[in-house]
Design a protein around this ligand. Structure first.
Ligand code: BG6
Length: 316
């Protein structure tokens, strides 16, 4: 059990105004606002697997994604922790799988809340927060063996009328410090990759993983995806990265205490080589814009808490 100081109280059923509803199913929690906007969070990985606004799905999920806990979900918003990518062998995370254990562990649903403060949680009827917890004790034996620190994570997913907020709190419960990386691996659903521009990363330095991890500076303020793209933008000055479709704003990613962003699209060959990436031409309908802290390592001292996250906005 993850301990929590201020457990949320239930939404009062007595008010006449329509309330957000939160439904628990066997493997997921679904929140719906009176407007019909909704979010679905799988307990496996606390992975957001659907976020709909104005009747439209905003997130891409592969039609071959495993949702049964047998492997991380290919799509939605997997949570990356405590390492990003393949961990360096000589680091404390060195025995963990790519992107760590958070996305392939079963989280606990800790309850809903409509009154917590937060940029989207107005305290009214138009937003709802769901909290998910994962602590060292809940890990598989394999993960416990591979990373022997004591910690707990609380992941808060807030659906508001203006967007979706996902915030991760990382608490070091142990007696020694640890180093981590974290990232929110959002797969956006888009109509046509050839019409996409990504703005807000101009003049930023990045590592291009497609070009042997070489260092570059983003000279063009607008990024277009025309081939395999796997870039880690570091120390970004602007808070907001925007996905523009056909010249019109489509999504905003507003980072909160996360300085880096990965832009990823596997394109043709890589999509073909990823077993659970379907349909194979699905790369035309997705782009990942992943807010994170992945440039080097964040050190967390015993008793300390790190909090970082994002607000996603969908413009239609
Ligand atoms: C991105 C990485 O964040 O995730 C890529 O930068 C990686 O290198 C991609 O290919 C998908 O990773 P995975 O483990 O879900 O296949």
């Amino acid at each position: 059990m993850v301990e929590r100081a201020h457990k949320p109280s239930a939404i009062s059923p007595s008010t006449a105004a329509p309330q957000p509803s939160v439904q628990s199913e066997r493997d997921r929690i679904i929140a719906t606002l009176p407007t019909g906007d909704s979010v679905e969070v799988l307990l496996y990985g606390a992975t957001v697997v659907s976020w709909k606004s104005n009747g439209k799905e905003n997130l891409w999920v592969s039609s071959a994604a495993k949702l049964d806990g047998s492997k991380p979900v290919r799509g939605g918003i997997p949570v990356v922790f405590p390492c990003f990518g393949p961990p360096p062998k000589d680091h404390a995370t060195g025995k963990l799988p790519q992107h760590g254990f958070a996305r392939n562990s079963k989280w606990e649903y800790m309850g809903k809340n409509s009154s917590e403060s937060g940029k989207l949680a107005s305290g009214g009827d138009d937003s709802v927060t769901m909290d998910f917890g994962l602590s060292a004790q809940q890990l598989s034996d394999e993960s416990k063996q591979a990373w022997q620190y004591d910690f707990d994570l609380i992941y808060s997913v807030t659906l508001g009328k203006d967007g979706l907020q996902t915030m991760l709190r990382i608490h070091n419960k142990g007696k020694e410090s640890f180093e981590f990386q974290t990232l929110l691996h959002t797969y956006f659903k888009i109509d046509d990759i050839s019409k996409v521009q990504i703005n807000g990363l101009g003049s930023t330095n990045y590592v291009d993983k497609v070009l042997d991890a070489s260092e570059h500076t983003q000279s063009d303020p607008t990024i277009r995806i025309t081939g395999e793209t796997d870039r880690v933008y570091k120390d970004i000055k602007q808070d907001t990265t925007s996905v523009v479709l056909d010249g019109k704003p489509r999504f905003d990613v507003i980072r909160d205490n996360l300085e880096d962003t990965v832009v990823w699209n596997p394109w043709i060959e890589k999509a073909n080589s990823i077993g659970d990436f379907e349909p194979k031409d699905g790369y035309k309908n997705m782009v990942c814009v992943e807010a994170g802290a992945v440039n080097g390592w964040q050190k967390l001292e015993p008793g300390d808490t790190f909090e970082g996250g994002q607000i996603l906005k969908s413009h239609l």
